[in-house]
Design a protein around this ligand. Structure first.
Ligand code: DC
Length: 219
């Protein structure tokens, strides 16, 4: 059985999906981390992100795996490296590449084959798993999402980042929403049969409780 959770950056979907998977005893598939890992490889290799073929070549050479929930690139644990702003920005550029998407969609379907999975991303309910048993679309206001992201960056560094402001994070979130929502292939939008939840006014714990109740009623 597949449960999809799609939504924009900062809607809480990764945390909520991970914890929901734990509660249900399902596998967790973090597809955002896959796009981020390819982006990290491209950044490290100084690949021109506007050169579609070079980005595809970079993606083909990357080995993206998970040990438990921790994403690995070519065998290295890159959990923290994937959360930085340059990688976030590069990931949303890599994600517009149709061949990279095809490659990762195949990996995602293979990872889910024969398993009970909670998967999170942008296109999980629309493109990758159109027959999923339960489809959820998580949203939150851009301001709430920026505040969460800013707090997350501060947590990584142990203090508010010197070179990043809340206003800067908000501008980047809006930018990324625009790019993810308007790209021609697999734009971020709810599947027609997805149920939307807004997490602006609730905590992560409340969101997990809410979705667990919702999913258990459905399955
Ligand atoms: O969810 P995230 O912020 O970790 O995703 C990183 C980038 O990858 C983001 O710009 C959207 C893109 N992405 C995508 O296009 N499709 C997915 N299934 C997951 C992420």
């Amino acid at each position: 059985m597949i449960i999809t959770i799609d939504g924009p950056a900062g809607s809480g979907k990764s945390t909520v999906a991970r914890r929901l998977a734990q509660r249900l005893g399902f596998r967790f598939l973090n597809t955002g981390a896959m796009y981020r890992a390819i982006a990290l490889k491209c950044v490290r290799d100084a690949t021109d992100l506007d050169d579609f073929d070079a980005v595809v070549a970079c993606a083909r050479m990357a080995s993206v795996t998970f040990e438990g929930d921790r994403p690995h690139l070519d065998g290295e644990d890159v959990s923290d490296a994937l959360r930085t702003e340059p990688v976030s920005a590069a990931a949303s550029r890599v994600a517009v590449n149709p061949q990279v998407r095809d490659l990762l969609v195949s990996l995602q379907r293979a990872a889910a084959e024969g398993h009970e999975v909670v998967t999170e991303g942008r296109d999980q309910g629309t493109i990758v798993f159109p027959d999923a048993a339960v489809k959820i679309f998580l949203t939150a206001s851009a301001e709430t999402r920026a505040a969460r992201r800013y707090a997350e960056l501060a947590a990584i560094e142990g203090h508010p980042p010197d070179d990043v402001t809340y206003a800067g994070v908000l501008a980047q979130i809006r930018d990324r929403d625009e790019r993810d929502g308007n790209r021609p292939i697999a734009p971020l939008k709810p599947a027609p049969d997805a149920i939307a939840f807004d997490t602006s006014e609730i905590t992560v714990d409340e969101a997990v409780d809410l979705l667990e109740r919702f999913v258990r009623e459905r399955i």
